[in-house]
Design a protein around this ligand. Structure first.
Ligand code: OAD
Length: 237
């Protein structure tokens, strides 16, 4: 079967072998942090110092990690693919961005960070997004508005993921949906497979182990992303 329009959803599992902790593993990122203390708008209103410190730590880690063979295989696929690929990542690291910068994609490729981007900040007064590679101070003044402060450009629990219209449109027209390294615990991303299936797409899960959503996929391949992702893409090409 030949495919043209792909939607690829990635989660923390694709970055695990680069040294970025996943969220729900026993030693994962939420360990020692309650979601409601660091990843909600209410937490930021209550204790901005704690929330900024949590994301400053994550941001400081980025220069120490590098794209792995799974990010690289995806970048090579995007460079060679003749149809469309929408890569939707739940990850806020920049490992996909760096892999695609090193191996430029074809014209049919696009990348959406649906849960935000650690290397960006948002003005609380205007909603404007700007690049922010360093730490954010507790009360970081916004360059965009005198009354504004800067917060991490992260979609917190209770907030709407980014660019959902574009994602839904791509899902409705894809013929292959691939989910890589995500537990299927967080919505709306966990429901993308069903939207793609309704559009008639073949649906494939690539993960360390069967995820919570396994039964929603036509197929699954299991093992470390650095092995299963290059293997699956080389079969696809
Ligand atoms: P999770 O931590 O929930 O799930 C990571 C998945 O990756 C699990 O199913 C693991 O089995 C799998 N995995 C771990 N190591 C792997 C490896 N080396 N190769 C392949 N798979 C591996 O992370 P996400 O599903 O990404 O949201 O979490 C989704 C969202 O929950 C995150 O974007 C974050 C969090 O709350 C926000 O912060 C808004």
């Amino acid at each position: 079967m030949t495919h043209r329009n792909l939607v690829i959803l990635t989660g923390a599992g694709i970055s695990a072998e680069s040294g970025v902790p996943t969220f729900r593993a026993d030693d994962g990122l939420w360990l020692g942090h309650r979601i409601e203390d660091v990843a909600t708008p209410e937490a930021f209103a209550r204790d901005p110092a704690r929330v900024q410190a949590f994301y400053n730590d994550r941001r400081r880690q980025l220069p120490t990690v590098h794209p792995n063979a799974a990010h690289q295989a995806l970048a090579e696929l995007a460079a060679r693919w003749h149809g469309k690929i929408l890569l939707v990542t739940q990850n806020v690291d920049d490992l996909h961005d760096r892999a695609h910068a090193a191996t430029p994609p074809g014209p049919g490729f696009d990348l959406i960070h649906m849960h935000g981007d650690l290397l960006k900040a948002v003005c609380t007064a205007t909603g404007r997004v700007c690049d922010w590679p360093g730490d954010l101070a507790t009360d970081e003044a916004s360059p965009h508005h005198p009354a504004g402060r800067l917060r991490p450009h992260i979609v917190w629990f209770g907030e709407m993921p980014l660019q959902m219209d574009r994602i839904e449109a791509a899902l409705a027209h894809c013929d292959l949906f691939i989910s890589i390294g995500t537990s299927g615990a967080v919505w709306p991303a966990a429901g993308f497979v069903e939207t793609a299936a309704r559009a008639g797409a073949r649906t494939v899960e690539l993960n360390l182990e069967p995820s919570l959503g396994r039964s929603r996929f036509d197929e699954g391949r299991y093992g470390p992303a650095t092995e299963v992702v290059p293997g699956f893409f080389s079969d696809l090409i």
